[in-house]
Design a protein around this ligand. Structure first.
Ligand code: AMP
Length: 586
């Protein structure tokens, strides 16, 4: 045990060293990246000529988006093994939840990047232990899942970063660490069937209910799905615990084997579960099932903030810890005060993870950003918003991540950031990110189905509805029916819902295929509703001349206004098509 504590001390010292010497570490990181990748096609194209200094880098290398790198990424995906972006061989593609032309972005990565991710993970518990001690005296109940993977034409695996991590030796053969004991067996986490995976993870969580000290998932939406699962399947789970046998629907042999030694007849526990669940009163269910839970470990910043009230309801107000800030491109940093309230969470980017630059937000609206306008990590100003630009060991150079961050304070020389938003994202339930043009295309495609009725869409807006689990997209339509036309019937609107879903990106459709996102809903509004919305906005100070109907609404009084004008609501009756295979749209 003492060894664990020493290790914590070392990790905390490491954080101090990195954040105190932020500038030097960043310079070193850039030098290392440029030295290593000096002979890549990309750096040669921009005439770096082996230079490794910041000044040359900033004047010669352009600031880019994914679209700019598409040709290079396409070549790597097709099997070109030459050193295009990175000198090290590309080990796999990480499929970002950000999309390009409807498909997940492909982020090339190299083997050593796993070590860097592992390093960031290893900093989390030493920090948490400063605020919540004795977590080594129990277990964590975490709901972790893998997603499907594909191969690119050139034979590289393409999968989400967490799937890559859970399948890695780093995770599967992790050494015993008393602070990181989780209730879920590896076999359950690694099971591709999400029902079986969830069932067994929940079963083990219930068996160890007294030992569980923290309950979590990656995102808030995932934890809510797990709670919903408990509310739906507690009878089967209690039966298994009572009899010490595993439900027949769990057919995966390695999962069955993994619970063999854990699942023993325990009628007392089974009765307890039944007593707690029979009344169907779910308020505070997390603390009733897992009475020693000290906090929820889930990200509730950014798009996930919409789930805070529901999580509070189920958990009886347990604190929510947002521990890290990461992406497929690179893991960035951690929250040094993990027990802070969700709206006060700031992440500290660890300067050893990648080289970071920042576009002041006002500049970031310009199409082409001038490369010399970017600000270094240590020169940011408190109170200002910036867009993050990274240069990684995997070969991304001055790449715009798309995240907008606000500097709230400094820890030593390292700035701390509040996550403000992802650029151009209107709607998000889980990891899906739908932007304005995708929504527009969806609405346009669906509107074709009402044309034969002489009906058209005058105005539309949208929001996410998270009062259902899983949450779903709601699209508000105000219609105009031409003379001689008629309002389409319910079935037509239902088809419109599906038609919109078919047009949305693959992350959305995958979410629908796996019940991570609920069926899309169209709410038809009384005519004049959008005019009322405009009147309301103007009464609150909007300019009449510049008023545009918002394409997404979240302000409760506006939602209330729209909902009070709904004449009919319609849901998608089928799942949109999705397959793991990528379909590149032209
Ligand atoms: P992906 O590329 O699919 O891994 O998604 C990464 C993106 O998720 C980031 O660029 C952020 O927009 C978002 N994200 C990651 N961590 C957080 C966090 N702690 N809070 C809010 N948003 C986050």
């Amino acid at each position: 045990m003492a060894e664990g504590k020493n290790n914590h001390k070392e990790k905390l010292e490491f954080i101090e060293e990195m954040t105190k010497n932020c500038d030097q570490v960043q310079e070193k990181v850039l030098r290392e990246i440029l030295t290593k990748n000096a002979n890549t096609e990309y750096l040669n194209r921009y005439k770096m000529d082996g230079a490794t200094d910041e000044a040359t880098f900033k004047t010669r290398i352009p600031v880019v988006t994914y679209e700019d790198l598409r040709p290079e990424i396409q070549r790597i995906a097709e099997g070109d093994k030459s050193a295009i972006l990175a000198a090290d061989p590309i080990s796999e593609f990480l499929t970002s939840s950000g999309t390009s032309a409807g498909e997940r972005k492909l982020m090339p990565t190299i083997k050593e990047e796993l070590d860097r991710r592992q390093l960031l993970y290893s900093l989390l518990m030493p920090v948490m232990n400063l605020y919540v001690p004795d977590l080594d005296k129990g277990k964590g109940l975490y709901f972790y899942f893998i997603k499907s993977e594909t191969k690119t034409p050139g034979g590289l695996v393409a999968r989400p970063v967490l799937t890559s991590y859970y399948k890695s030796e780093h995770f599967k053969n992790r050494p015993f660490d008393p602070y990181n004991v989780i209730t879920s067996p590896n076999a359950a986490i690694l099971c591709p069937d999400s029902f079986q995976s969830m069932y067994v993870q929940m079963l083990c969580g219930l068996i160890y209910r007294i030992e569980v000290l923290r309950v979590g998932a990656v995102f808030a939406s995932g934890l809510l799905r797990a709670i919903k699962f408990l509310t739906q399947h507690w009878r089967d789970l209690a039966h298994d615990i009572e009899t010490g046998t595993l439900n027949k629907s769990i057919t995966d042999a390695s999962i069955r084997e993994s619970v063999q030694d854990i699942l023993k007849p325990n009628p007392e526990l089974a009765n307890f579960i039944s007593d707690e669940c029979t009344s169907e009163n779910w308020a505070g269910i997390v603390t009733r099932m897992w009475p020693n839970t000290r906090y929820l470990d889930v990200i509730v910043t950014g798009a996930m903030a919409q789930y805070i009230p529901t999580l509070e309801y189920y958990s009886g107000g347990l604190p929510m810890a947002c521990t890290m800030y990461a992406s497929s491109e690179c893991y960035f940093g951690l929250n040094l005060k993990p027990m802070s309230k969700p709206d006060e969470v700031s992440y500290t980017i660890m300067p050893n993870m990648c080289y970071c630059e920042f576009i002041p937000l006002e500049k970031s609206y310009e199409e082409k950003v001038n490369g010399t306008d970017l600000v270094n990590l240590v020169n940011l100003e408190v109170g200002k918003e910036y867009e993050l630009v990274i240069t990684t060991y995997s070969g991304l150079c001055r790449y715009r991540v798309g995240d907008v961050l606000l500097v709230t304070s400094f820890h030593n020389a390292a700035p701390q950031f509040k996550f403000i938003r992802r650029k151009n994202v209107l709607l998000s339930i889980d990891s899906d990110k739908t932007d304005e043009s995708e929504l527009q295309k969806g609405v346009q495609r669906a509107s074709e189905l009402i044309k034969p009725y002489g009906a058209g869409i005058v105005e539309y807006t949208s929001r996410t509805d998270t009062s259902t689990i899983p949450g779903h997209y709601v699209i508000y339509w105000e219609l105009l029916v031409k003379e001689g036309g008629k309002l389409p019937e319910n079935e037509v609107f239902e088809k419109c819902c599906l038609e919109m879903e078919e047009e949305l990106n693959s992350v959305y459709r995958q979410g629908r295929a796996s019940d991570i996102i609920g069926p899309l809903e169209i709410r038809v509004l009384k005519s004049g509703a959008f005019e009322e919305l405009m009147d309301y906005a103007i009464s609150r100070g909007a300019s009449i001349n510049q008023y545009k109907a918002p394409r997404c609404v979240s302000f409760p009084p506006i939602i209330e206004l729209l909902d009070s004008r709904v004449v009919s609501a319609h849901f998608s009756q089928a799942r949109p098509k999705w397959s793991p295979q990528r379909k590149e749209k032209k």
